[in-house]
Design a binder for this molecule. Structure first.
Ligand code: ADP
Length: 636
């Protein structure tokens, strides 16, 4: 095929532009990125070779080679990995912007990064970072196992275009040739290269080699020295997760985290351990400090990287952790799984199940420990990931209690800035209080001032404030330490302290009025009853215990899902003077238009209080102003 001149995709052009014109710090990361790509390409070929040995092309050793040509001003990063076809290289390095590109462009606009340009160095910015230091990049590649020496040459000067053409390439794999800019030639220096490799790529499993000049005793002439070139391995190659904890520095842990997560912040917690017994594996896991933007998307890639005896099997192995811990990143290296384990096999593998169990326990134990001993960092973790962790209460039956123990809530007695655990809540329960009360809502202040809580406040009962949409779904019907969760806005709440006789009396007093209201509102509500939760407010709407929260219903509607139309229950407050007045009106005149209007008005108010709209807002407004005029006339 002839030479093609192609245009980069728009996002890639933007990325290149930013890369060249706004990134000035940590340019040395280009090498980390190229070595990491080379290492991935080797992992890929090695994995393929397990089932197809032609990929090996009779070469036994995998390696990444760095070659310096001082005269030409170039550094070449070569690998003998998978290589690429013409179509693959055109897509991978030009026409398809991978998902990370958009995130990276967005991050470059963020204040955090603008204020701290050194953060740039921690991004996984990929192949295109080469253009920070090179004004031209040539890539020669040939697919491993292709059976001939026809390869592809890709080239670009980052001017919006790139070329691809056929070339002869004997060795399999990929060579990336960087033609350094005049003022970036320091990267040709051997020591500079050594240092960068050691800093960023020491744990890369494959040898990263370079020909270095050494002085040796001459074999021909005794006492004389000669200079010879010898290949030297620059990285220690020891997989960091297989090392002893004591041999790894904090910086190495952090650097590795950034390498695997592409996160630019430090992790909140690092867990490194070896499991022995029924299952042998090493785990190096991280809890990030910030929630990724895409964690709720279907495309979110979860799960640690799975290795089997140091051979990378897959990037994101979701079978290794439960979904509610999907924010955890890291590496698991098993000694028990077969090397040719496939995705299908992982679904029902006993070893994988054992690892999953062990890892889940370890993470939950770590969080429990954090909550107990480092509450502030736990709280920061919880603010980010609490919402995801909570899913476990619903989905992981066996660990429900442990996860509930990890939850934190705001509460009406603690104030909006503090959090309480369920245990603390139970410990603070008042005499006679049987249940754990909670209120759902969209803001703390709104929930706290809700009329539904009047009687709770009077009794001094604390009420948990739950602001996540899934809260009600998770806790309703649940128990913690044998205490039931009860919603303050659902079901019957009886906080009335009057005696049974007094209650009977009240019931009798309002019976006829309630029947009238029921009849008038029969299309709107399923029942009208006296309230045990109101003190100052006249009335409110509540659901049955098993009904969906208005908040949850709203969320489902927004997501385009059908929501069951449950009618609500109107509760009226017998201690409110309005009902005495209404009772008097009723006794005077059974069919009163005023009474009718009051009933509609009360119902509209109740709708407003639960966050809904009156059925006819204009009529509601007219009625209120009419009453205001009446009142003003009386006052005047
Ligand atoms: P990333 O490595 O994060 O996917 P890059 O921009 O660095 O992003 O690379 C894009 C793609 O190009 C890679 O996903 C890979 O498919 C391909 N690629 C890059 N370098 C190599 C290489 N040395 N060998 C084979 N494929 C490569």
């Amino acid at each position: 095929m002839t030479k093609e001149n192609l245009e980069f995709k728009t996002e890639i052009k933007q990325l290149l532009d930013l890369m060249i014109h706004s990134l000035y710090s940590h340019k040395e990361i280009f090498l980390r990125e190229l070595v990491s790509n080379a290492s991935d390409a080797i992992d890929k070929a090695r994995y393929e070779s397990l089932t197809n040995s032609s990929v090996l092309e009779n070469e036994k050793e995998w390696k990444i080679k760095l070659s310096v040509d001082k005269e030409a001003g170039t550094l070449t990063v070569s690998d003998n990995g998978a290589g690429m076809t013409r179509a693959e290289i055109t897509e991978s390095l030009g026409t398809i912007a991978h998902s990370g590109t958009k995130d990276f462009l967005a991050a470059l606009q963020s204040k955090e990064v603008k204020d701290n340009p050194e953060l740039i160095g921690q991004f996984g910015v990929g192949f295109y970072s080469s253009f920070m230091i090179a004004d031209r990049v040539t890539v020669m590649t040939r697919k491993a196992g292709s059976g001939d020496s026809r390869g592809i040459q890709w080239e670009s000067a980052a001017d919006g275009f790139f070329t691809v053409e056929d070339v002869d390439k004997k060795t399999k794999g990929t060579d990336v040739i960087l033609h350094f800019k005049e003022d970036e030639k320091k990267y040709l220096d051997e020591w500079e290269i050594r240092n960068i490799v050691r800093k960023y790529s020491d744990y890369i499993e494959h040898p990263i080699v370079m020909d270095v000049e050494k002085e040796k005793d001459s074999e021909l002439k005794k006492g004389e020295k000669v200079k010879i070139k010898e290949e030297e391995t620059l990285n220690s190659q020891k997989a960091i997760w297989l090392k002893d904890k004591t041999d790894v520095t904090d910086e190495e842990y952090r650097e590795f985290y950034k390498h695997i997560s592409h996160d630019f912040a430090d992790p909140a917690k690092t867990l490194h351990y070896k499991a022995e017994g029924t299952s042998e594996f090493s785990a190096l896991l991280y809890i990030p400090s910030k929630i990724p933007l895409d964690i709720y998307y279907k495309e979110y890639k979860m799960g640690p990287t799975l290795y089997v005896k140091r051979v990378q099997i897959m990037d994101h192995c979701e079978q290794l952790i439960p979904r509610y811990l999907r924010f955890v990143k890291g590496v698991i290296d098993s000694s028990d799984l077969p090397l040719n384990v496939s995705r299908e096999l992982l679904q029902s593998n006993r070893q994988v199940e054992i690892i999953n169990k062990s890892v889940t326990k370890k993470i939950l134990d770590t969080l429990t420990d954090m909550k107990k001993n480092e509450f502030d960092s736990y709280l920061s973790f919880y603010r980010e990931f609490g919402k995801v962790l909570k899913e476990g209460v619903h989905f992981d039956f066996t660990r429900k209690e442990a996860i509930l123990d990890l939850l934190l809530f705001q509460s009406i007695s603690k104030g909006g800035d503090a959090y309480t655990s369920l245990q603390e809540y139970i410990d603070g329960m008042k005499e006679g209080q049987e249940d754990i009360y909670y209120i759902t809502g969209t803001s703390y202040d709104e929930a706290k001032n809700s009329p539904y809580l009047e009687a709770f406040k009077e009794k001094g009962y604390d009420v948990l404030v739950m602001l996540d949409e899934i809260d009600d779904f998770i806790v309703s019907g649940l128990e913690f330490k044998e205490k039931k969760f009860k919603s303050a806005i659902k079901g019957e709440i009886d906080l009335d302290t009057s005696t049974d006789d007094e209650k009977k009396e009240t019931k009798k007093k309002f019976n006829a009025l309630i029947e009238l209201i029921k009849d008038k509102l029969k299309d709107e509500v399923k029942d009208v009853r006296l309230s045990g939760r109101l003190k100052d407010t006249a009335c409110c709407l509540v659901g049955d215990e098993q009904d969906m929260d208005p908040q949850m219903a709203q969320l489902l509607k927004q997501m385009g899902q059908a929501v069951p139309q449950n009618k609500r229950i109107l509760e009226i407050n017998p201690t409110h003077p309005i009902f005495d007045s209404m009772n008097r009106l009723f006794e005077k005149e059974q069919k009163s238009t005023v009474l009718d209007e009051y009933i509609t008005l009360l119902y509209d108010q109740a709708l407003l209080l639960e966050g809904s709209k009156p059925k006819d807002p204009a009529a509601f407004a007219r009625a209120v102003t009419r009453l205001m005029v009446k009142d003003a006339d009386k006052a005047g």
